[in-house]
Ligand binder design. Structure first.
Ligand SMILES: Cc1cc2nc3c(=O)[nH]c(=O)nc-3n(C[C@H](O)[C@H](O)[C@H](O)COP(=O)(O)O)c2cc1C
Ligand SMILES: CC(C)CC(=O)C(=O)O
Length: 382
């Protein structure tokens, strides 16, 4: 996914999407997307590393936890808004960075930017977007007429630090208010579905637009995304010294690394196993959350992604110490089914489920969610 464009499969003809209101759950969106998408692209999105043990573990990890509600302490109005490092979101469900949205819908990240802005939540735009960040930001601004859209930028530190700084300048100029540095990819994970499907490159016409003419001193070129196995903590320090934006790390899994990150002054952590797409057989993120929250949670915001498919998942993660959760694949399924409206519908389904779960838990808002509301059920229960 990081080399020059080469021909790939042709998209399937879209089947009539049917009324969006008929799709009641994230899983129904996935099923619909699977029918619509080119199977090669579906596999790229749905798949994970190697045996996909961690892909399955993420969802199963939530299912193994039970909720233990409180009664008779509720209220008719529930407050789900959160503020993270100075960025406000109307709900604690953010859009995690996912690459290549134009693979699944013509407008690509323009649609994503508008949907996140209309849902009034944070979009963490991927460095590997098929639309440049300034255009995503402009679309989000136009959609969020009464406020600044909440836009963060995800990046992989590039082998040449000058490339990284050029990306940071682009993100800051576009109005991004935080940087999310993905640190779980010293090398790319291997999705064996992609290998079998010979899906190695973007189709002609699509490119990582944030890497176009990055240094401004070359003829029209799109750089390749570089993964850097030699990166270390000093590289993160150097990035922080070059920007006033808060820096979060995405993909720290070991609690000791979380402690180091906090000690070195990182502003926040996104507990993520990349949706099971990097090292296979790492634990579900929800399993790691209590330990993570104990190490870092009182000092910096801890976000979590991986396997969030229901409002109950959001409540479990917040009760166990997350400030917010991110969704990866669900947003892409929404885009695939119906572009901006589909992505918005996925976000609004999760908002409604979250609010309903808060009510059933007797919580007046996300601030009422505490670890005593979550119990470990029998392993394997669903
Ligand atoms: C199709 C796809 C592309 C992704 N691209 C990126 C990316 O460009 N940068 C990144 O840090 N993470 C990327 N991720 C990982 C997501 O940010 C997120 O960690 C993961 O999808 C969360 O799990 P979920 O899909 O179960 O919600 C990608 C995930 C998917 C499914
Ligand atoms: C390597 C990126 C281009 C995309 C990514 O992170 C992913 O597909 O999981």
């Amino acid at each position: 996914m990081v080399s020059a464009p080469r021909r790939t499969t042709t998209p399937r003809t879209e089947e009539p999407p049917g009324a969006l209101e008929d799709l009641l759950t994230v899983r129904e969106f996935e099923a619909r997307a699977r029918r619509i998408l080119d199977p090669v692209h579906y596999d790229y999105i749905a798949g994970g590393a190697r045996d996909e043990v961690t892909v399955r573990a993420n969802e199963a990890g939530f299912a193994r936890l039970s909720l233990l509600p409180r009664v008779l302490g509720g209220t008719a109005e529930r407050d789900s808004a959160v503020s993270i490092l100075g960025t406000r979101a109307s709900m604690p469900v953010l859009v995690s960075p996912t690459a290549f949205h134009r693979l699944v819908c013509a407008e690509g990240e323009i649609a994503t930017g508008r949907a996140a802005a209309r849902a009034d939540t944070i979009l963490i735009a991927s460095m590997a977007s098929t639309v440049a960040i300034r255009e995503v930001a402009a679309a989000a601004r136009a959609a969020a007429t009464d406020r600044d859209p909440a836009l963060w930028f995800q990046l992989y530190l590039q082998p040449d630090p000058q490339d990284t700084l050029a990306l940071v300048r682009r993100a800051a100029a576009a109005g991004c208010t935080a940087l999310v540095v993905t640190v779980d990819s010293p090398v790319l994970g291997v999705n064996e579905r992609n290998v079998r499907n010979r899906f190695h490159d973007l189709p002609p016409g699509l490119a990582c637009e944030n890497l176009r003419n990055l240094r401004g001193d070359e003829p029209d070129t799109v750089r390749r995304i570089g993964m850097s196995p030699e990166l270390n903590w000093d590289d993160v320090d150097r990035l922080r010294a070059h920007t006033k934006l808060p820096v979060l790390l995405k993909g720290v899994l070991h609690p000791e690394d979380a402690r180091i990150a906090v000690d070195r002054g990182v502003d926040g952590l996104l507990l993520s196993n990349h949706g099971g797409r990097q090292l296979d057989t790492v634990p579900a993120t929800i399993e790691l959350l209590p330990e993570f929250a104990a190490v870092a949670g009182r000092k910096v915001p801890v976000l979590l992604d991986g396997g969030v498919r229901r409002g109950t998942d959001v409540v479990k993660a917040l009760a166990l110490g997350a400030t917010a959760v991110g969704i990866g694949r669900p947003l892409v399924w929404g885009l695939a089914v119906a572009g901006e409206e589909g992505a918005l519908r996925v976000l609004e389904l999760l908002r409604a489920e979250l609010d309903h779960t808060l009510a059933l838990c007797g919580a007046r808002g996300v601030k009422d969610l505490t670890p005593d509301l979550v119990r470990s059920a029998q392993a394997g229960a669903r």
